[in-house]
Design a protein around this ligand. Structure first.
Ligand code: E4P
Length: 216
């Protein structure tokens, strides 16, 4: 399973990259605004840090405007993936951009039927938001299971990008199901590293070393 970081913070992207953890980056208008940087500058800085797919989202809501915006964003760097919301106008834009050889990430997906339609339009990635579904009492990971089943039934090659992942269980389940990619904030990725037995084991190894070997 590929791992993307969901972030507009170049310091945390650098930190994750230095550990070799990430294959790509996703951003969204909220994360871009939080960065305090002009959008193009932010995306260009990210392309300097990570050599992998970088999702940059359009903010228009009609197909012609999304196409214009997407075509422009795609010229910024070879690794750009144009992120498009899962609405009717968005799918028209996805079809057009796909025909022009531009990669797309269809975002704000909340069920498997939407994911099937996005794939038909030619999406490179589909982003189902599992955490936001959990927030309203639905089972986010069930959507990932359903999409995996349907895409496999028909040999669909749109990549499932589990998004809005907020817990280690989202991560584990996504890997078990065979999600192609997961994107998660740095706080979640960092959290996966920790285990109390790792910490106590290391403490004991170092204490034993001090008692014996350090005195030799
Ligand atoms: C995905 O590409 C989105 O940017 C993201 O995963 C949304 O996550 P949130 O629901 O935690 O905001």
């Amino acid at each position: 399973m590929k791992i993307f970081i969901d972030s507009g913070d170049t310091n945390e992207i650098k930190e994750a990259q230095s550990m070799g953890l990430i294959d790509g980056v996703t951003t969204n208008p909220t994360l871009a605004s939080k960065s305090g940087k002009p959008f193009k500058q932010l995306i260009m800085e990210i392309t300097e840090i990570v050599d992998g797919p970088i999702s940059a989202e359009v903010v228009s809501i009609t197909a012609p405007e999304m196409i214009k915006e997407g075509e422009d964003i795609a010229t910024w760097h070879k690794n750009i993936v144009v992120k498009i919301p899962l609405i009717a106008e968005g799918l028209k834009a996805v079809k057009h951009l796909t025909e022009k050889g531009i990669k797309t990430n269809v975002t704000l997906c909340f069920n498997a039927n939407q994911a099937l339609l996005a794939a038909k339009a030619g999406a490179t990635y589909i982003s189902p938001f599992v955490g936001r579904l959990d927030d309203i009492g639905a089972e986010g990971m069930q959507v990932i299971r359903d999409i995996r089943l349907i895409y496999d039934n028909y040999g669909i090659d749109t990549q499932i990008l589990t998004a809005s992942a907020r817990s280690p269980m989202h991560f584990l389940e996504a890997a078990r199901i065979g999600s192609d990619v997961i994107t998660a904030p740095w706080s979640v990725l960092k959290g996966l590293l920790h285990h109390p037995l790792t910490d106590s084991g290391l403490k004991k190894f170092l204490a034993d070393w001090e008692k014996g070997q350090a005195k030799q």
